[in-house]
Design a protein around this ligand. Sequence first.
Ligand SMILES: [Zn+2]
Length: 258
Amino acid sequence: MNLVMNEYKYAENLVNKENLSIEDIGTKPSRTLNILARYYREIGKDDDTIKRLLLDFLQRCLQDNYKESRWIDSVFRQVKYSRKYGLKRVDGIHITKSEIDTIQLVKGKRKQKVLFTLLVIAKYYNAVSESNNNWANTDCRKVFSLANVQMTTQDQGLMINELYRNDLINLSRNVGKPNIQVNFIDDKADVVLTITQLKDLGNEYLLYCGENYVHCERCGAVVRKSRNGKTRYCKNCSEVVNKEKTRERMSRIRKQNV
Ligand SMILES: [Zn+2]
C-alpha cells in the first residue's frame, strides 16, 4: 500500500463506498484498519463502536470469506493504536522551480528520479509535522520502489552515498534507523508542479520532463504511453475495465434474448 496523503479523505471514501470488495482492504490490512480506526475516533466514536465498525467493514469486504476470529486481534490492536496519531490531511505537495533546477543539474535519469522522490517524501513529512525539518523518514527500498527505479540493494547504497557526497542529502547517524534529509528544499521559489498522490513518483518526474507517460484514468498510476498514444489505464485497471465491459455486454445480450 502506498503512503496516503489525505487519510481523512481516504477513510471517508471507504466508509461511504456502497459495494466493498477484498481490494478495499488493501495489501496491508493493518494500515487500512488503522486509518479507519483513527477516522472513527476523530468523528467521536468510542472504542467499542470503533471495534464493531471495523469488523463490519471487514465483513462487507470479505463477505463469505469473513471469519471474525481471524481478525479480532488485529482489530483490537488498531483500536488501541488509533489513540496515538490524528489523521494526515495533505492535499498537495508543491514542487518549486529551484528544486527542479537542482535535480536537473544531476547527471543520470535514475538519480534524478530518486532525488525527486526523496524531495516529495521529505516535503510530505514537512507538511505532516512542523518539526520534521526535511527528513524523508522512509527506508531505501520503499524510496526506490516509489521512484520506479529497480536496482540491487548494493547499488542503491552506492547511489545514496554519491548523492550524500554531492551534498544533496544528509544521512542520519542513527544506526539501524536509516534516514535521509533533503538539502535543497526551497519553499519560497515559484511552484511548478503539485503532487497529489504518493505513487509512481519517478514516472511522475519523467512525465513532468515531457517524456511519454500518462496518468491511469482509474487509479492515477503513472504509466508509459503505448506507441499509438491511446493508453488510458494501467495494466491492472485495463484488465478490470475490460472485465466490466464484457460483463455489461453479456448482460445486454441476455436481456435481448429474454
Ligand atoms: Zn490504474
